[in-house]
Ligand binder design. Structure first.
Ligand code: HEC
Length: 254
């Protein structure tokens, strides 16, 4: 037998060695990862773990502490007037936001901007009942109102009633009174316009004997400048900064 490769001088073993040296065709995706990417990945994991460990507050359920770093300062100490300290930011902002919610009860008649409706519902903007003494305003809120009235130079003489709001808590009434005084009133220079829960509570007691709805002729007997008794508060914290003098002159708030 005379095979070709024998005639070429090649040996079977030589040919087989050559075949065995061949590698399989490489497939895409099998390349080894560059070492530098492994390093970057490890560094990110370690840094991420560090941030979680530092700011997660031990993964406690308490939202006040969880991720405290990202949500700003920690909780403030509790203040007066229903402030439990959980709110962030100045006390007055929270008080006004709550007052705005309560004012939702009033918009149907007095309108969102406090303009009222000509000939129907008196305005709160430019109203001497809003930016005047808080006693008269509290009497209106607790008792409601009926009868001819002049507000900001416009007279209203309609069968329309102002309903009594004494089913709302003293806190809610204080918030809405603060809201309308600070939003719509033209307060005397330096007056904060704040009405507190304590003040509204005293009005509820003082006016309990008055008829409801209060006739405007009865309202006219109240001193238009008199303020409700009670401490004024620090707008930042809601803490008391001393009593309003009995003469009705509010202490100037810086
Ligand atoms: C159903 C309509 C109605 C609603 C709701 C209503 N009011 Fe009135 N309000 C009146 C009417 C009517 C008068 C005037 C009563 C009168 O003619 O004697 C009035 C008068 C007033 C006055 C005194 C006059 C003035 O314009 O300053 C104030 C203050 C006032 N309302 C505040 C409020 C607040 C705050 C609320 C919400 C808690 C409220 N009202 C909800 C109808 C309403």
């Amino acid at each position: 037998m005379n095979l070709d490769y024998q005639t070429e001088g090649a040996r079977v073993s030589t040919i087989h060695h050559a075949v065995r040296r061949e590698h399989a065709e490489p497939e895409a995706g099998d390349e080894p990862v560059r070492f530098v990417w492994l390093l970057i990945g490890a560094a990110l994991l370690i840094a991420g773990g560090g941030v979680l460990g530092t700011y997660s507050g031990g993964f406690s359920q308490d939202q006040t502490y969880a991720f405290a770093y990202y949500s700003g300062a920690g909780p403030r100490p509790p203040g007066a007037n229903g402030d439990d300290g959980s709110a962030k930011g100045p006390w007055i902002d929270v008080w006004m936001a709550e007052g705005k919610k309560v004012y939702g009860n009033c918009v149907a008649c007095h309108q969102a901007g406090g303009s009222g409706m000509a000939g129907q519902f008196p305005p709160l903007v430019g109203s001497e009942y809003v930016d005047g003494g808080t006693k008269r305003l509290a009497a209106i809120l607790h008792k409601g109102l009926m009868g001819p009235i002049t507000v900001g130079g416009q007279s209203f003489n309609t069968p329309n009633l102002m309903p009594a709001w004494n089913t709302l808590s003293d806190e809610k009434l204080a918030q809405v009174a603060t809201y309308i005084r600070r939003s719509f009133g033209k307060l005397p220079e330096g007056e904060s316009g704040v009405v507190t829960t304590e003040m509204m509570k005293s009005a509820r007691e003082e006016f309990s004997g008055l008829p409801s709805p209060l006739p405007t002729s009865e309202l006219a007997k109240l001193d238009p400048a008199a303020h409700l008794p009670g401490d004024q508060v620090d707008l930042e914290t809601g803490d008391s900064i001393g009593a309003v003098p009995a003469d009705g002159e509010e202490k100037k708030v810086p």
